[in-house]
Write a protein that binds this ligand. Structure first.
Ligand code: SF4
Ligand code: SF4
Length: 116
């Protein structure tokens, strides 16, 4: 596999969707699936559907759309319990896992008390 991160996770998800058949992933007819344009992008020699420099961010957005379709709303995506079973789980917020952790740390960090 030529790529890592969200693009590789999409590939894994598509393989699971199609019973581990590369051929079926390639011929997947569901062009409305948010991951469709990305299903081959992890393979050497295949190009992503967006310019190379935007590819990782665009793939993360595609994952987010997939998760919203799957779970129905933001709250359910946040509460998704498929940590062990879904390849997309780590990227379900549409950002890199480390970005999400950093935002959470900032959000929950103790704040100075303002008394006026
Ligand atoms: S593009 Fe969507 S429907 Fe097609 S194999 Fe991937 S996850 Fe399944
Ligand atoms: S991570 Fe959860 S919400 Fe996203 S596709 Fe997988 S099971 Fe669905």
């Amino acid at each position: 596999m030529g790529r890592s991160g969200a693009i590789a996770l999409i590939r894994q998800f598509c393989l699971e969707c199609q019973g581990a058949s590369s051929r079926s992933v390639r011929s997947c007819p569901d062009a409305r699936c948010p991951l469709w344009g990305w299903r081959l992008a992890a393979l050497p020699g295949e190009t992503p559907p967006t310019p190379e420099e935007d590819a990782v961010r665009a793939a993360l957005r595609a994952v987010r759309r997939q998760c919203m379709n799957c779970a129905g709303n933001r709250r359910e995506v946040r509460a998704c319990q498929a940590r062990e079973s879904c390849p997309l789980w780590r990227c379900r917020f549409g950002v890199r896992p480390r970005t999400y952790r950093a935002v959470r740390r900032r959000f929950f960090a103790p704040k100075a008390l303002r008394l006026f």
